[in-house]
Design a protein around this ligand. Structure first.
Ligand SMILES: *Cc1c(COP(=O)(O)O)cnc(C)c1O
Length: 354
């Protein structure tokens, strides 16, 4: 039987969470003299600490109940909270599959947790053979799975994720920051089947709200309760909560912009394929493309010189560059910059052979 309590740090289990004035009196009406707020202004009141308005909108959108939903100050806060809830500093461990999103390592380092990194195979998929021996380690508390994965762009095989969910006794985190762009089914409803699962999503990518810092976690209510106990009481500002609510109310914009991004991605793939400096375009379920080039450091710099900024991922995947799909005119600029570079290269090789 899965017993969540055996995985939680003892001090967190024993924690008596902060109770704010707004938690103690829940009504909306009255003269509010309870929170030492300023009676003047429009942002003078503390926000709801449980983000119930945002959660109600999310429930209307995806059917997941409020007590299975957590809102964080970006996914980054959620990742950090998960380490703090489950991992004893200097003792416990987490595991992930590399190359992947850098925050799992940064948050591990901040919390003094060892992060075991297992390399993905040549198809950027999880290698199951390596895995089972790690499952025995009782200090291994967390496995982070980023799917679609950043920076490789692909989703991991469903059967491999299921294998981990079924066989690992600790917490499995599936980071679905890019799931909105993918045809693959989300894991967001799977916490009922897998009480050790936390799915993380974000408003930063498909919802176009990176500046608002809203990350969402879906999990069973025991895990959600722990996240609520440990977070700062007002972790999401009212301005940011309102921005997310408005985005959910304007689903048409979300869908329309997402479709433009997906169409542009298909176009970009077609055009990149015709350029001989692009050696390989890795399959992508996200809003970016990882491409292999001859010399990533050089190409990255050449593009910067033309004021086109990509992400040089040479240190993670040799000679690779990660390109976010932009607006149509931005993507055209990228293609023009690449075409000009090829023209220039051909010209200078002509000159030197003379
Ligand atoms: C961009 C991204 C996020 C988003 O983080 P926020 O803190 O919500 O902005 C999360 N995970 C991955 C893998 C990402 O690439």
């Amino acid at each position: 039987m899965f017993d969540l309590k055996t995985l939680v740090r003892p001090n967190i289990l024993a924690l008596k969470p902060y109770s704010s004035a707004r938690d103690e009196f829940k009504g909306d009406e009255g003269v509010f003299l309870d929170a030492n707020e300023n009676p003047f202004g429009t942002l003078n009141r503390y926000p709801n600490s449980d983000q119930k308005n945002l959660k109600q909108k999310l429930t209307a959108y995806n059917g997941i109940a409020n007590n299975n939903t957590f809102a964080g100050n970006g996914s980054d806060e959620i990742i950090d909270l998960i380490y703090r809830i489950f991992c004893n500093p200097g003792k416990d461990k987490a595991l992930t599959f590399t190359p992947t999103f850098g925050m799992y390592q940064v948050a591990a380092d901040i919390n003094d947790i060892e992060l075991i990194t297992l390399p993905l195979n040549d198809e950027f998929q999880i290698n199951r053979n390596d895995l089972t021996s790690y499952f025995e380690d009782e200090n291994l508390k967390l496995i982070f799975i980023c799917s679609p994965n950043n920076p490789t762009g692909n989703c991991f095989n469903k059967s491999d994720i299921e294998f981990i969910l079924k066989n690992f006794k600790g917490i499995v985190i599936i980071d679905e920051a890019y799931a909105d762009f993918s045809d693959q089914q989300s894991w967001q409803n799977s916490f009922e089947a897998y009480p050790n699962l936390i799915v993380i999503q974000t408003f930063s990518k498909a919802w176009a709200l990176a500046a608002a810092r809203i990350g969402i976690a879906y999990a069973n209510d025991e895990i959600i309760q722990l996240l609520n106990n440990v977070k700062m009481p007002y972790n999401i500002s009212k301005l940011n909560e309102t921005a997310a609510i408005e985005a959910l109310e304007n689903r048409k914009d979300f869908e329309a912009n997402k479709q433009i991004i997906l169409d542009e991605k298909a176009l970009l793939i077609q055009e990149l394929k015709t350029l001989d400096i692009i050696k390989k375009i890795y399959p992508s379920d996200a809003n970016f493309l990882l491409v292999e080039v001859e010399d990533a450091n050089q190409l990255y710099q050449n593009l910067v010189d033309q004021k086109v900024i990509t992400r040089n991922r040479n240190s993670l995947v040799k000679n690779s560059i990660r390109i976010t799909v932009g607006r149509p005119e931005e993507n055209k600029k990228l293609i023009k910059a690449l075409t000009d570079l090829i023209g220039f290269k051909n010209l200078s090789s002509l000159n030197t052979t003379k």
